[in-house]
Structure formats: structure tokens, C-alpha cells
Design a protein around this ligand. Structure first.
Ligand code: CDP
Length: 223
């Protein structure tokens, strides 16, 4: 990676594949703005669930999306999505109700369009705030959001390991079910970009994953 060049790293993978831990640590080591796009889909799902029931009149997804205002709030190296003036708490975003619904909303093309233009605006925020680059994690970052990203990583871990990770966090989540919906949707499915480096981290510690990525960068990848 050449000095002083602003760079974008895409980290994709299935549920509980280690994307957040890895991306957060990379952001710390390399002075990057960290964006977890899963929280964007979760925040829209939370709002949708909260409005459902209260809604009068037009219940269409277009009407729902038309009432949404997206902004960014910086917290350390993390870019947090502020939706209609509020950053939802992590516990709300990871509730069983949101876990059960998020992949269904994430399959909607109009909703993905809205988030795509928001997500593509974030490198500018990183630049304006003095970051050396941006690390964005999700399902379609290397394929759809930033197909020209400087570096792309696709994280994998076996299902047993991923289920254990969620259980250790005390969270109720159907990982395999979400992966199936995410991989089979028509618009921007969960997919490994052709030029992504695949890292299976079933038997690696988070530090080992980050070391491996940094070694990859030091050896000239993406330059
Ligand atoms: O943390 P975990 O890996 O379990 O999931 P997440 O990254 O928070 O993403 C939650 C859900 O949002 C996924 O299961 C997808 O349905 C959706 N998502 C997506 O469709 N595209 C992305 N770029 C990120 C998340």
C-alpha cells in the first residue's frame, strides 16, 4: 500500500464470521474509519418493526423509505448510522426480533438502493475527518458497494464455530438461516468477490487474522 494514498478495504462474509472484530482492529492499527453495514440494515429493520402497527394509511416500503433521514455520527474510529436523528443502541439492533427480520428487509432492492448511496458517501466523511482510509464490512462491499476497493477480504468460519461465537455473546440468532436468505437473494447477494482474499478463521484468534491481513498489505497487496 503506497504512503499517503487514501484506501478502501472491503471485508465480507457470512453471519458471525468475524467481520466486526477484524474490521475494528484493522481500523485501530491503520487509522481507518470503520463502517459496519450490518448495523445499517439492522437500524432500518428496527425502525420498520417499531413503526409497524403504529402506521396509518400507506404501508408500502416506498412510503417507509421516503420518511427516512440518514446521517453519520462519529464515535472514535466508528461511523455510526443516525436514523431520523437517533443512533440506535447496540442491544436494540441485535434483538431476536431484528435478527429474525433483517434478512427479509435486506432482500428488498429499494432499501438496498437507499443504503448503497449512503454507504458510497462514507469515504468522503473519512477523508474530511483525517482518516487514512476506510474499512467497510458487510455482504456485498467487494462486489457491489466498492467493486474497485483497494483490498478485499472474505472471512469464513465453520458453522459450529460461528454458532458458538453467538452463544458466547448471549445472543439468539439463526445464523445458517440468515446466510441462506442472504446468499440466495437476487439483489446484491452474499458473495465472495473474484479478487478477494479468503481467510478461514475457524482456528485463528482475532489477532492472528489481523496479523495475516496486515502482512498481506505489507507485502504490497492493493498497491
Ligand atoms: O453480525 P452478523 O454477521 O450476524 O450480521 P450483520 O453484519 O449485522 O448483518 C445483519 C444482516 O444484514 C445480514 O444477515 C444481511 O441480511 C444484512 N446485510 C446485508 O444484506 N448486506 C450487508 N452489506 C450487510 C448486512
Amino acid at each position: 500500500m503506497s504512503e499517503n494514498k487514501f484506501f478502501v478495504i472491503a471485508v465480507d462474509g457470512g453471519a458471525a464470521s468475524g467481520k466486526s472484530t477484524t474490521s475494528r482492529a484493522l481500523a485501530e492499527r491503520l487509522n481507518l474509519l470503520h463502517v459496519d453495514t450490518g448495523t445499517h440494515y439492522r437500524a432500518l429493520t428496527l425502525l420498520f418493526l417499531n413503526l409497524r402497527g403504529k402506521q396509518t394509511g400507506d404501508n408500502s416500503i416506498a412510503d417507509f423509505l421516503g420518511k427516512i433521514e440518514l446521517e453519520t455520527s462519529l464515535s472514535g474510529r466508528a461511523a455510526l448510522l443516525k436514523i431520523n436523528g437517533r443512533v440506535p443502541a447496540d442491544g436494540e439492533l441485535r434483538s431476536p426480533e431484528v435478527n429474525a427480520m433483517v434478512s427479509h428487509l435486506a432482500a428488498m432492492p429499494k432499501l438496498r438502493e437507499l443504503l448503497k448511496s449512503y454507504q458510497r458517501s462514507l469515504p468522503e466523511i473519512a477523508r474530511q475527518n483525517g482518516f487514512a482510509g476506510l474499512v467497510m464490512e458487510g455482504r456485498d462491499i467487494g462486489t457491489v458497494i466498492f467493486p474497485n476497493a483497494d483490498l478485499k477480504f472474505f472471512l469464513q468460519a465453520d458453522v459450529k464455530t460461528r454458532v458458538k461465537r453467538r452463544a458466547d455473546e448471549g445472543l439468539q440468532d439463526s445464523i445458517a438461516k440468515r446466510d441462506k436468505i442472504d446468499s440466495s437473494r437476487k439483489t446484491a447477494p452474499l458473495a465472495c468477490a473474484e479478487d478477494a482474499e479468503i481467510i478461514d478463521n475457524s482456528d485463528l484468534t482475532p489477532e492472528e487474522v489481523v496479523d495475516r491481513i496486515c502482512a498481506f498489505i505489507e507485502n504490497g497487496a492493493g498497491s
